[in-house]
Write a new protein. Structure first.
Length: 23
């Protein structure tokens, strides 16, 4: 499912960004 794949990628990107810039 491409939609599911995009969502998974978005979640990973969000986690990566959070790791780079912790709140």
């Amino acid at each position: 499912d491409r939609q599911s794949g995009d969502l998974h990628f978005a979640l990973r990107a969000d986690v990566w960004r959070s790791d780079r810039h912790p709140q």
